[in-house]
Design a protein around this ligand. Structure first.
Ligand SMILES: [Zn+2]
Length: 249
């Protein structure tokens, strides 16, 4: 297989192709790096944290409720015992001085015990209030986050849709241009594009528009001497170098 030859018109088509490929690459990059998608990921991470925090809070509330019920039962028991002792005392069932003193001291110690237990119940209630307000804050944030996530999802979808439409249009245009490029030239272009990202660049004012190398006089003279259908390559970036009326030849 000899070197690829192509008419200047076909070579100029490669510049259109390169522009469309650059446009498609830009669109692809934008599609993969939507700020809305990054924001959604952040919102989803926060939603996960909130869900975990809510589970922890609900569990603590359940534990606390059981603890409180236990403490309240203890208070009731102590109160019942005090009532029973008081009934015995009031009914005059106890007359012996020592027994009386024992009973009174028992009532006293039961009262202290009741006071301590009531203190515990109060503490548990306070902790419960704290936890309930924490749970309410977490649920409120979760609800706000749900709204924000829905809005952000809609914005992301709209942005993606717009990019997809541009992409479809550019791909369609590219297909049209590629169809007009001879297959051997197109194959060479694709091969270079696969390897280097860009397949062709214009020679403009003595400079490769691909790598911005300014060609020296020797190179320019060599280009001037080349046949129009010769497919040139930039010595620096190896892209197909396309001559245009602005090449400065
Ligand atoms: Zn170059």
């Amino acid at each position: 297989m000899g070197p690829v030859k192509a008419s200047p018109q076909s070579q100029l088509r490669l510049l259109e192709l390169a522009d469309l490929d650059a446009e498609l690459a830009r669109l692809d990059h934008r599609r993969r790096n939507l700020p809305e998608a990054a924001e959604l990921a952040r919102l989803e991470a926060r939603a996960g944290e909130l869900k975990d925090a809510l589970v922890v809070t609900e569990t603590e509330l359940g534990d606390l409720a059981r603890e409180q019920a236990r403490a309240e039962r203890d208070v009731d028991q102590v109160r019942t015992r005090i009532d029973r002792d008081r009934t015995r005392l009031d009914a005059g069932q106890v007359s012996a001085a020592r027994e009386l003193a024992t009973l009174q001291s028992e009532i006293e110690s039961l009262r202290r015990r009741q006071g301590d237990l009531e203190e515990i119940v109060l503490e548990l209630m306070e902790r419960r209030e704290g936890l309930v307000s924490r749970r309410d804050e977490l649920s409120a944030e979760r609800d706000r986050l749900g709204v924000e996530t829905a809005e952000m999802t809609a914005r992301r979808d709209a942005a993606a849709k717009e990019i997809d439409e541009h992409t479809a249009k550019a791909a369609d245009q590219r297909g049209g241009v590629a169809a007009e490029v001879p297959s051997d030239l197109l194959a060479l272009y694709e091969q270079i594009r696969d390897a280097r990202g860009v397949g062709a660049a214009a020679l403009r004012a003595g400079r490769c528009e691909g790598c911005h190398l300014t060609l020296n006089t020797v190179d320019l003279n060599q280009i001037r001497a080349s046949a129009p259908d010769e497919v040139l390559r930039c010595e620096e970036c190896r892209r197909i170098l396309v001559r245009t009326p602005e090449s400065g030849l």
